[in-house]
Design a protein around this ligand. Structure first.
Ligand code: F6R
Length: 609
């Protein structure tokens, strides 16, 4: 969360910085700011609200200068306001942007106040800039001052510091929050995500935990946690997506919903041959790790957690191994049991989710046999620190509500089910059936997208609703959970999901004519059970919206609207039923007039716990 961009160049950098912030706005959009150094003077502009506010302010009063830093904020300490917006300054000399949380900020604040520093914001970040200012007096140069400062910080930070008296240098430090250095010709950059810098460079080096780097126009010197000089590999970015381009779509979310057939085609490419999923889909030497696995522990947050929940049904049913799924923030703070030959699987679109990363590190300490991440972000912390990685190749996902990442995660997890199943008694016929199904998913998703018009009509019914209930059974229960999450996060309608067998254990009390009940009903072995649950709702006057297989024999009447979903096999059904639920939440949000791509209070990449 929070987007950071920095640049040292001969040309004026304010525009580059603001364009970078636009591309990072998914990380936070409470306020934005920029500071540049011009002829030894530090100038700063900050605005409450989105990057567009900052951009308009800079159009009216441009800032000149070749060294600068910029930030788009997702508030942690201190309300969203201009005075809490980054960059923060110390004595008009030092400017700092920061992503993360400084846990010992109160103690440091008191110490710095004692030294005479005056605080002008409620943020934890401001302690960093006064501390650098203070340390600089003894250290003599900015690099040493930042190195001395970070030794005193507890918590997580990705931070960039500039000093107006040393105008051709940025010092950056990373611990717990990602930072990438971008290499240009006679100019260099830094950002919290390579996406920000794609208009100016495609050469990147990712900082490792504890790294501090000094960046000038001609040089980048990186030092590890011990202060020793290190080299970090410079890689050419493979990201092809132009984050600034929504194409013909009104929102990134809609674009990303429609990109699903392509994203799934990409993720399948080169990974299936001869009716088998290739072990190499999970990285080099994956076969060595996968062949001994008897238990899988899945860790993730939010939408990615729902993907893991679905995979649990598959791994236990088809792959013949036991599987637990847990929310990362719970796993990392409790004592859990380690089963023999356990594989730890993290699922993360961003690869930087703080809780997921911490849980993975804990699992490594606990002695898991191997770690695998299913991740969409090359070079991210989870990819770099895991033994194996399934790279999702879904393309950048900009809309805060995850859509294509979810369905691609499901594809990756289906592949994992066969890869593990193969070593645990899955027949080659079964594997061939799953791979056959996988290959036909893109076309089926395309068909499911054809439901859009019907769903636009349906969405009208939700215009005056405050609550909604989603029901599913088996591996459709996580799909109901995902449907509820999508609806609540972008339309702000309170939505809950239940395994429909749970209805009579409490939630049935909620049913009345004002509570829409959304049911996912593929034609599977649980269909008859689900139908009984539907009758329980009908008998209590509830109004239902049933997404059903054409063969499931539901009929629309006064109490039920049936939306026929293209017929699909059991392997792909969770993916296919996800599509109409995504469309439903999108169209309801449009009617409600919310900010679809940047819903209130949320950010895409949750790099703080
Ligand atoms: C919801 C959503 C979030 C993320 C969660 C984990 O639409 O996007 O719930 O799924 O924050 O993020 P990643 O997958 O990046 O670890």
């Amino acid at each position: 969360m929070c987007g950071i961009v920095g640049a040292v160049a001969q040309r004026d950098v304010a525009e580059i910085l603001v364009e970078g912030l636009r591309r990072l706005e998914y990380r936070g959009y409470d306020s934005a700011g920029v500071a540049v150094i011009n002829q030894g003077e530090l100038s700063r502009t900050r605005r409450l609200g989105k990057v567009q506010e900052l951009s308009s302010a800079l159009d009216a009063a441009p800032l000149a200068g070749g060294t600068g830093i910029a930030h788009t904020r997702w508030a942690t300490h201190g309300e969203p306001s201009e005075r809490n917006a980054h960059p923060h300054l110390s004595e008009g000399d030092i400017a700092v942007v920061h992503n993360g949380i400084i846990e010992n900020h109160n103690k440091l604040r008191e110490m710095l106040k004692g030294l005479g520093y005056v605080f002008s914001s409620d943020t934890d970040t401001e302690v960093i800039c006064h501390l650098v200012h203070h340390e600089l007096k003894a250290a003599g140069n900015l690099l040493a001052a930042v190195q001395a400062t970070v030794k005193q910080l507890e918590g997580a930070y990705g931070t960039v510091v500039i000093d107006r008296r040393d105008s051709e240098r940025m010092v950056v430090a990373r611990s717990g929050s990602p930072l990438v250095i971008g290499f240009g010709l006679g100019e260099n950059f830094v950002a919290s995500d390579q996406l920000a810098l794609l208009p100016v460079t495609r050469s990147f080096a990712f900082l490792e935990e504890g790294d501090v780097a000094e960046v000038t126009r001609r040089e980048v010197n990186i030092f590890d946690v011990t202060g020793s000089p290190v080299k970090r590999e410079i890689k050419e970015s493979e990201v092809t997506h132009d984050a600034g381009d929504k194409g013909e779509y009104r929102h990134y979310m809609l674009k990303e919903i429609y990109e699903q057939p392509t994203a799934i085609t990409h993720t399948l490419e080169g990974r299936i041959a001869g009716g088998k999923v290739l072990d190499s889909a999970f990285g080099e030497n994956a076969a060595e790790f996968l062949k001994n696995i008897k238990h899988v522990q899945i860790i993730a947050c939010g939408t990615s957690y729902h993907a893991g929940m679905a995979a649990r049904y598959w791994l236990e049913d088809w792959a013949g191994v036991s599987c637990n799924v847990e929310i990362a923030s719970e796993f990392r703070y409790r004592k859990s049991h380690l089963f023999p030959n356990s594989l730890l699987v993290t699922i993360s679109q961003s690869g930087e989710t703080a809780d997921t990363l911490a849980a993975m590190r804990l699992a490594k300490e606990m002695g898991y046999k191997a770690t695998l991440t299913i991740c969409n972000s090359a070079g991210s912390s989870l990819v770099r620190e895991s033994d194996m990685a399934y790279m999702m190749k879904a393309g950048a996902e900009i809309g805060v509500a995850s859509t294509k990442a979810f369905t691609v995660q499901l594809v990756g997890l289906l592949m994992l089910t066969t890869a593990i199943g193969r070593y645990n008694g899955m027949s080659s016929e079964m594997e061939a059936a799953i791979t056959q199904s996988l290959l036909s998913i893109p076309a089926k998703v395309e068909q499911a997208l054809g439901l859009n018009e019907a769903i636009i009509e349906l969405a009208e019914d939700f215009a005056d609703k405050q609550h909604a209930l989603f029901l599913g059974r088996g591996d459709q229960y996580p799909i109901a959970m995902e449907g509820a999450l999508k609806l609540k996060e972008i339309s702000y309608i309170h939505a809950e999901a239940y395994a429909s067998g749970e209805l009579k254990h409490g939630p049935l009390a909620l049913i009345d004519a004002d509570m829409p009940v959304i049911v996912v009903a593929p034609n599977n072995e649980l269909l008859e059970k689900l139908k009984s649950n539907v009758e329980e709702v009908r008998a209590r006057g509830g109004l239902m919206y049933v997404f059903a297989d054409v063969d499931a024999e539901f009929e629309s009447d006064d109490t039920m609207k049936v939306i026929q979903v293209p017929h699909c096999d059991e392997f792909m059904a969770p993916l296919i039923y996800t599509i109409p639920l995504q469309l439903l939440s999108y169209h309801v949000a449009l009617i409600k007039g919310t900010d679809v791509d940047q819903p209130r209070n949320l950010a895409k990449s949750v790099t703080v716990e």
